[in-house]
Design a protein around this ligand. Structure first.
Ligand code: T4K
Length: 411
C-alpha cells in the first residue's frame, strides 16, 4: 500500500503510485489470535451453526453496545431487510431512496413490494422528508430510510410522517454501526433497523447482518422467519427462510466488535487527513459528518463538482491508473438498474439530486489498510490531476491509451 515517490501521473506516462492496489472496503481484521481461538473452540464443540453459543454471545454484546432490546443476527443484511420487511407487514408500495446499494430495493421487490424511489437531501444524502410525504398514497404501506455513509436519516421527521399516515418505518443501517443521532444510537429507530457486517463494513463477520427492534412480537416473528418458520424441532408455524448467522461468522463478529472502537479511531484520523489535504481544492468536497455525534467515519465521500475541471469519471480513471480503486457508489442509482429502470424509465425526472450525486460521488480508500502516507499520496494525485486537467483530459481522450486506463468491471 506504500506509495512510491512520484515523478509523473500514470495517465501522463508515469508509473502507478501504488504497486499494491489501494481499495475502498479492505476488511478490518482485528486480533487474529482471538479469532483463531474462537474458531478452534467452535470446531472442538462441533457446533457450527443454528443459534450456537457464539451467535448468542454476539447478539447479546451487540444489543448492549447499541442499547437495543432485541438484536437478531442474520447471514447478511440483504436477507435481514427481506425478513424485516415481511415481519412488519410491508406490502403494496414502499418509499425508499434510489441513492443506495441496490439490496435495499431488491429486498422489497423480492417480497413482491414496489419500491417507490424518492429523492434525497443534497446535504445529507438521505431521504428528503418533504419529498417522502409527497409520494405517500393509498397503496403506500411504509418507508425504508437508509443511513447512507453512516449519516443518520432525518429520523424524527420520518417518524412523524409515518405516524401521520399510519405507515411502517424501517431503516437500512448497513453503513451506520456505532453512529448516533442527538446522542441516540442508530439501531433504536423505526420499528426495526438492519445492519450489515459484510467484510467491507467497519464491523465485519465475513458475511453477516443484524436486525434490531424494540418490539417483542416483531422480534419473535423475525426469529421464526430466519429459521425457516420452525417453532420447534418439527413444528413449522409460518413461512420462513434460512437467514441464520453461522458460528464462524459470529467468531469473526465478536473479534471485530472487540476492536471496533480502534477501527473507528483510525477511520477518524484518515477522515481528518483527507479534509486537511483536500480542504482548499476548488470543485471537490469531502462530505462532512457532525463531529458532535458518534460516527464510524467508514466512508470517505468525495463530491466532484462542476468547478473541478475534471468529471468524477475522469478523476476515477486517473486514480485507477495509479492503483487507487476509488468507487462510484451508488452509481447510477437503483432507478437506473434493472428491473426498476424498465418498469419506470422516466422516474429519474423526479430525482434530480440523486441523478447529480450519482454522477459526482466518488468513495476514496480508508480503513485500517490505509495510512496517512497513503491518504497524502491519494490527495496529491487528485490535486495534481485537477491542476493539470487539460493535459489529463487530453490523455484520457487518446484512444490508444483509453483501454489501459479504463475503469474495468463493476466500478
Ligand atoms: N444496504 C446498503 C446501504 C448497503 O450498502 C449494503 C451493502 C446492503 C444493504 C446489503 O448488505 P449485505 O447483504 O452485503 O450485508 C460491497 C459489499 O458487498 C456490500 O456489502 C456493500 N453494501 C457495498 C456498498 O459494497 P461491492 O459490489 O462494492 O463489493 P466488492 O466485492 O467490489 O468489494 C468492494 C471492495 O472491497 C473491493 O474493491 C475490494 C475490497 N474487498 C472486498 C471484499 C469482499 C476486500 O479487500 N476484501 C474482501 O473480502 O459491494
Amino acid at each position: 500500500m506504500t506509495a512510491k515517490t512520484r515523478t509523473e501521473l500514470a495517465v501522463l506516462g508515469g508509473q502507478p503510485a501504488f504497486l499494491e492496489e489501494l481499495h475502498v472496503g479492505r476488511p478490518n481484521i482485528g486480533h487474529r489470535d482471538k479469532l483463531f481461538k474462537r474458531l478452534g473452540d467452535l470446531l472442538d464443540r462441533k457446533r457450527l451453526t443454528n443459534q450456537g453459543p457464539l451467535v448468542e454471545e454476539f447478539e447479546q454484546r451487540l444489543a448492549e453496545y447499541l442499547g437495543v432490546r432485541h438484536c437478531i443476527t442474520t447471514c447478511n443484511a440483504t436477507v435481514g431487510l427481506l425478513v424485516a420487511a415481511r415481519a412488519v407487514g410491508l406490502s403494496g408500495e414502499v418509499i425508499i431512496p434510489s441513492f443506495t446499494f441496490v439490496a435495499t430495493a431488491h429486498a422489497l421487490r423480492w417480497n413482491g413490494i414496489k419500491p417507490v424511489f424518492c429523492d434525497v437531501d443534497a446535504r445529507t444524502h438521505t431521504l428528503d422528508p418533504v419529498k417522502v410525504e409527497e409520494l405517500v398514497n393509498s397503496r403506500t404501506t411504509g418507508i425504508v430510510g437508509v443511513h447512507l455513509w453512516g449519516r443518520p436519516c432525518a429520523v424524527d421527521a420520518l417518524g412523524s410522517i409515518a405516524r401521520r399516515h399510519r405507515l411502517e418505518l424501517l431503516f437500512d443501517a448497513a453503513h451506520a454501526f456505532g453512529c448516533t443521532v442527538d446522542g441516540r444510537m442508530v439501531g433504536r429507530f423505526g420499528t426495526a433497523e438492519v445492519f450489515s457486517f459484510h467484510a467491507t463494513k467497519v464491523l465485519n463477520s465475513f458475511e453477516g447482518g443484524a436486525i434490531t427492534t424494540g418490539d417483542d412480537e416483531i422480534a419473535a416473528k423475525i426469529r421464526l422467519m430466519i429459521n425457516s418458520g420452525f417453532a420447534d424441532y418439527d413444528k413449522v408455524v409460518s413461512i420462513g427462510i434460512n437467514g441464520k448467522m453461522s458460528e464462524p461468522a459470529a467468531a469473526m463478529g465478536l473479534t471485530s466488535l472487540e476492536s471496533v472502537d480502534g477501527f473507528v479511531a483510525h477511520n477518524k484520523e484518515m477522515y481528518r487527513r483527507y479534509h486537511e489535504q483536500l480542504g482548499g481544492v476548488a470543485g471537490v468536497e469531502v462530505l462532512r459528518v457532525a463531529e458532535n455525534e458518534r460516527h464510524n467515519y467508514h466512508y470517505i465521500v468525495l463530491t466532484v463538482g462542476e468547478g473541478a475541471g475534471l468529471t468524477r469519471d475522469e478523476l476515477q480513471r486517473v486514480l485507477w491508473a495509479e492503483g487507487v480503486r476509488a468507487r462510484r457508489y451508488f452509481h447510477p442509482g437503483c432507478h437506473r438498474m434493472e428491473p426498476y429502470r424498465a418498469a419506470e424509465p422516466d422516474v429519474g425526472r423526479r430525482l434530480p439530486v440523486t441523478e447529480r450525486l450519482s454522477a459526482q460521488v466518488l468513495c476514496l480508500p480508508t480503513g485500517t489498510a490505509v495510512n496517512r502516507a497513503a491518504v497524502d499520496a491519494v490527495c496529491e494525485i487528485i490535486r495534481t490531476a485537477l491542476t493539470r486537467r487539460a493535459e489529463v483530459r487530453a490523455a484520457l481522450a487518446n484512444p490508444s491509451h483509453a483501454l489501459a486506463w479504463s475503469v474495468a468491471g463493476r466500478a
